[in-house]
Design a protein around this ligand. Structure first.
Ligand code: PEP
Ligand code: MN
Length: 354
């Protein structure tokens, strides 16, 4: 159910409606919009008695939401969600969603301080605003490199301070989630965990934005239901990410499903990024797919970059060189205005332009 408040409803009226919903034993999710606030109701198994709700002061109408996902649905929130990262000190404002494209770049894994610093310096110089790097790696083989853990989080904290890059890193279980939530700016939930419901709920109970990658064989509805798990716990800052799905095709690691972008945008207000690295598994396919992703309306890119990919401990073959990343930024900057977008460059580039 969705309670739509009148445009002129006061904060007190909104609070009173939320309190009423809580007293019924349900959860109220106030969702402020440009015109009016809507309040989503979750926790009810059947239909909520709408009679008394409609009588409350400031309420315009009460609507039944028929989609299985509620808070992720455009029926509940019409305007696009923009996840904002307020600037501080020399670090400029950033956002994911809205007119500006977001670019997240960095190695698959943090392998050493030197490796991470060198890559961070180069992606910052090309104008990335976000740095990715795995500290906890979900590897197919238990014998493969599992990540440096806390040491990697420390290295990324240094990178944030030195290059004004916001940090995106993955949590793979409850323990790593608590650590990552403390250290990172965006907490990533990987494809293999997209339906780890207890992890999703835990991600919903912390304060940081969540980058949710599409499962290897997840339908659109399953993807949005995973986002709903996070949001149902009160964290509405969810960023979706298409990273390719399993098909019979064997020319690429996965099949990049760009058609999910307009489909997501029709059904949901959440921003959606594209990961051309995991989608293709091949360095030579990353740039063409990044261009296509922006052309098809994605809100940005998350891409793997490595200065010595032949020595990478994970995902070397799909990691692009820093020089290729620089080219990617220039090309995406040119494509952006064609689709009504803008590619802001991070602080290093801005300060060089000053
Ligand atoms: C990653 O981003 O390094 C990763 C493991 O991605 P995915 O979960 O999409 O495979
Ligand atoms: Mn990877």
């Amino acid at each position: 159910m969705l309670v739509v408040m009148k445009a002129q409803a006061t904060p007190e009226e909104i609070r009173a409606v939320c309190a009423y919903i809580a007293q019924l034993g349900f959860r109220a999710h106030p969702l402020p919009g440009a015109q009016r606030t809507a309040i989503g109701i979750t926790g009810n198994q059947g239909e909520v008695e709408r009679g008394n709700l409609e009588e409350l002061s400031g309420v315009a109408e009460v609507i039944r939401v028929t989609k299985p996902y509620k808070l992720a649905s455009r029926d509940v929130k019409e305007e696009d969600t923009v996840v904002r990262f307020p600037g501080s000190g020399s670090c400029p404002d950033a956002a994911i969603g809205g007119r500006n494209l977001a670019i997240i770049a960095g190695p698959c894994s943090i392998e050493s301080r030197e490796q991470a610093m060198a890559i961070a310096e180069q992606v910052a110089a090309s104008g990335a605003q976000f740095f990715r790097g795995g500290a906890f790696k979900p590897r197919t083989s238990p014998y493969a490199f599992q990540g440096l853990g806390l040491e990697a989080l420390n290295i990324m904290a240094e990178i944030r301070a030195k290059f004004d890059l916001r940090i995106v890193t993955e949590a793979i279980d409850n323990e790593s989630l608590d650590l990552v939530a403390e250290w990172a700016d965006i907490l990533q939930i990987g494809a293999r965990n997209m339906q780890n419901f207890s992890l999703l709920k835990r991600a919903g109970r912390q304060q940081k934005p969540v980058l949710l990658k599409r499962g290897l064989s997840a339908t659109l509805e399953e993807f949005l239901m995973a986002a709903e798990y996070v949001m149902s716990e009160g964290n509405y800052q969810v960023i979706l990410c298409e990273r390719g799905v399993r098909t019979f095709a064997d020319h690429a690691r996965n099949t990049l499903d760009l058609s999910i972008i307009p489909a997501v945008q029709r059904l949901s207000h959440l921003p959606i990024l594209v990961d051309p690295s995991h989608a293709t598994g091949r360095r030579d396919s990353v740039l063409p797919m990044a261009r296509a992703a922006i052309a098809s309306g994605a809100d940005g890119i998350i891409v793997e970059v490595h200065d010595h990919p032949e020595k990478a401990l994970s995902d070397g073959p799909q990691s692009i060189y820093p020089a290729q990343f620089a080219t990617m930024m220039t090309e995406l900057e040119q494509i952006a205005p064609v689709v009504g977008r803008n590619l802001p460059r991070g602080s290093t580039v801005n300060s060089m332009a000053d």
